[in-house]
Design a protein around this ligand. Structure first.
Ligand code: SIN
Length: 313
């Protein structure tokens, strides 16, 4: 049986396995983050950190359904210093991606200034797409705001930087956003965050299932896989090849991950499936991908990454 190599690189980081938790999943506290590192995950993403700790939105703010989840967490996190400290004191050969955000652009810039001044040299992900901060739009839907924050950040930030994007739904949106992103020295993009401001309703009680924002929240899980596939594919077709892509959204099986990589993802993040199944999902999905690759005769991810075929007339 041929040896399968599941490794992938983003910037200077090598992931021995392509599966990492999505920001916000099993990563708010040190024990949670350690449990991801101790699992079969190929790396860790931290909860999106703000400058100061945040309690997040009122509960209930997360709800599982048969096809996925809805959340309006509101960025509960321990503050940037906590995550920098965790990384500084953690010995691991797995890459740790520091996710960072803010409730206003000035805070996001200030957070990145702190990271630039720190000893941290790993991947940093600027989250431009949280749909759950009450009264604040997702920056990634505002082209001018995206350009403005990247102008500010790229003027001083010299470490490997990625951006987490919201889902886009129109080909012209991909054209416009890719044209902006191509102007900056980004190491990667992460597509996609949850599909923002969906609603899940309990028909028995005739009530929404989460409390914040009148029940509106980010949709994750199987519902959103086609949207994630389309976003990864569309950005891979438009971005400079040096800008890598983390594919996120709706992966529950090795075949789902295979499809995202076929669309061009370099590595794959798992969200709702880890919330529902725990960190054992990393080993299961890795095994499923490996088995599928064996069946298809692929030995490395590069053998099929981005090779999605279209139908000819
Ligand atoms: C949240 O904390 O509300 C989720 C984070 C995100 O969607 O970026």
């Amino acid at each position: 049986m041929a040896t399968i190599d599941l490794s992938a690189t983003i910037g200077n980081e090598t992931f021995h396995h392509p599966f990492v938790n999505a920001a916000g999943v099993c990563d708010e506290t040190a024990p949670e983050m350690q449990s991801v590192l101790d699992s079969a995950a190929g790396g860790l993403t931290t909860k999106s950190a703000t400058l100061a700790p945040r309690a997040g939105n009122p509960k209930p703010r997360y709800f599982d359904t048969d096809l996925g989840s809805i959340n309006s967490m509101g960025l509960p996190n321990q503050g940037l210093a906590y995550y920098l400290d965790f990384i500084a004191h953690t010995e691991t050969d797995k890459p740790i991606d520091l996710s960072v955000t803010g409730t206003k652009p000035a805070d996001q810039v200030a957070a990145l200034q702190q990271i630039q001044a720190s000893n941290f040299t790993g991947l940093c992900e600027l989250n431009l797409s949280c749909p759950n901060v009450v009264g604040k739009p997702q920056i990634g839907y505002d082209l001018d705001a995206t350009r403005a924050i990247l102008d500010q950040v790229c003027a001083f930030y010299e470490k490997p930087l990625g951006v987490k994007l919201p889902p886009y739904f129109d080909l012209q949106q991909y054209d416009a956003m890719a044209a902006i992103l191509n102007q900056y020295p980004l190491t990667y993009i992460n597509a996609i965050n949850s599909v923002g401001n969906g609603l899940v309703i309990d028909p028995n009680t005739e009530t929404v299932v989460i409390k914040p924002k009148g029940g509106f929240g980010g949709i994750g899980g199987q519902y959103i896989k086609p949207v994630a596939l389309a976003n990864v594919r569309a950005f891979r077709q438009r971005l400079r090849p040096e800008i890598k892509i983390i594919g996120t959204g709706g992966v529950t099986t090795g075949t789902d991950a295979f499809e995202l990589i076929l669309c061009g993802a370099d590595i794959v993040e798992l969200g709702t499936v880890v919330m529902q199944e725990g960190v054992s999902a990393f080993a299961r999905i890795t095994h499923e991908l490996e088995t599928l690759m064996q069946e298809k005769g692929y030995q490395t991810l590069a053998d099929f990454r981005g090779h999605l075929k279209t139908q000819s007339n």
